[in-house]
Design a protein around this ligand. Structure first.
Ligand code: FE
Length: 131
């Protein structure tokens, strides 16, 4: 982690809504096709719902058909932190907010050009700000 917000899990539990806490701090996943930003096509920035860190931009959002809001790149290399995740018998790469360590989703290698990456995010872990 490059930078951490020094906040205990108990403090996070007080600050976040239960469903936000479940995804951001307990690495939960929202059910597909339920997230508020799945079909959002407005121009703007997506910030971490935990700390406000700018993590994704509408410019790299696309419809992956998976049921989760998907991006082919983060806002910047510094805004997120990839981390190996071998839970649930799968080899995946988890995507954390670089500022607060919050779990945002996973990144896969089946995305579109120019990166070939699919950042599969939980809407509940994001706050959208229209530009
Ligand atoms: Fe954050």
């Amino acid at each position: 982690m490059r930078q951490r917000i020094p906040r205990s899990e108990e403090e996070w539990r007080k600050i976040l809504a239960p469903e936000e806490f479940h995804v951001l701090r307990e690495k939960g996943t929202e059910p597909p096709f339920t997230g508020k930003y799945l079909y959002n096509k407005k121009k703007g920035v997506y910030r971490c719902a935990g700390c406000g860190n700018e993590v994704f931009l509408s410019d790299s959002k696309y419809d992956s058909g998976t049921g989760w809001p998907s991006f082919w790149a983060p806002a910047s290399k510094e805004s997120i932190e990839p981390k190996p995740d071998n839970s649930l018998g799968m080899r995946r790469t988890e995507v954390l907010c670089s500022k607060c360590g919050g779990h945002l989703g996973h990144v896969f290698n089946d995305g579109p050009e120019p990166t070939g990456l699919r950042y599969c995010m939980n809407s509940i872990a994001l706050d959208f700000y229209e530009k």
